[in-house]
Design a binder for this molecule. Structure first.
Ligand code: NAP
Length: 246
């Protein structure tokens, strides 16, 4: 049976690109999404038409019930889990910290921090050799914002990704002796719909000029880094910047 990879937020963008690449490399992929059923089914269909295996799984990873339900689908339909990619994440409209309300920050932390942390909990329960599992790998999708801080745009988002980096380093050491490697990729500006969701659609047009390599990145370039980390058997607790040199 193929190894199984669960990718949160894989209906579009970086998650969808990772799903396609993973399927080409022989994984059965669980394409998690929140609302856009049609997009997720599109990713699954494209994978199947190319000869790969995938299923779509709706779940809100900002809720514990949603996460439990998602892993229950993996257990029932596939019966194993080898890789978790904690990819689902959101940004918000540009806002200085002095103008942020509590609800904004709480939402950001639920989706971008609590979600990956509790998904990692469920993955470790299934993968840990200490619990009878066969080991595995987790890749967290952080952001270059964790390093830059997101001033005048979204310090809350940057802080949530800083937490993802700490999760990566801490969990990597916690489960290193249990057959599980935990790494992260920190993308720079990547051509996805996330910027429109932040009312910042033209970010992709102007950002390229400020990036040393002179352009923004493509989702497939992050997918390659994620797959490299999954395959790099001497890497754990590593955080790789893929950001055009910012
Ligand atoms: P995107 O195009 O906006 O796609 C986000 C995906 O996540 C969608 O499939 C969406 O599902 C899903 N999602 C959102 N909230 C969810 C929830 N609560 N539960 C389950 N799924 C949820 O995003 P992207 O640009 O590919 O970003 C992916 C990751 O990369 C994020 O963690 C982001 O912070 C990080 N990142 C992105 C960039 C960039 O420039 N794009 C840069 C640095 C880091 P629906 O389609 O069903 O709504």
């Amino acid at each position: 049976m193929n190894p199984v990879m669960l990718i949160t937020g894989a209906g579009r963008g970086i998650g969808a690109a990772t799903a396609q690449l993973a399927a080409r490399q022989g994984y059965t992929v669980v394409v998690n999404y929140l609302r856009d059923h049609r997009a997720a089914e599109g990713v699954v269909s494209a994978i199947r038409e190319a000869g790969g295996q995938a299923i779509a799984a709706q779940a809100d990873v900002a809720s514990e019930d949603g996460i439990r339900g998602l892993f229950a689908i993996v257990d029932a339909e596939l019966g194993r889990l080898d890789v978790l990619v904690n990819n689902a994440g959101v940004v918000d409209v540009n806002c200085r910290v002095e103008d942020m309300d509590f609800e904004r920050v709480e939402r950001m932390m639920r989706i971008n921090v609590a979600g990956p942390m509790i998904c990692a909990r469920e993955a470790v329960k299934r993968m840990s050799t200490r619990r009878g599992g066969s080991g595995g790998a987790i890749v967290n999708v952080s952001s270059v914002a964790a390093r830059l801080g997101g001033p005048d745009e979204y310090v809350d988002y940057a802080a949530s990704k800083g937490a993802v980096d700490s999760l990566t380093r801490g969990l990597a050491r916690e489960v290193a002796g249990e057959g599980i490697r935990v790494n992260a990729v920190r993308p720079g500006v990547i051509r996805t719909a996330i910027h429109a969701s932040a009312d910042n659609a033209n970010k992709v047009d102007v950002a390229g000029q400020r990036i040393p390599l002179g352009r923004i990145g493509e989702p497939e370039e992050i997918a390659s880094a994620i797959m490299w980390l999954i395959g790099s058997e001497f890497s754990t607790g590593s955080i790789i910047d893929v950001d055009g040199g910012v």
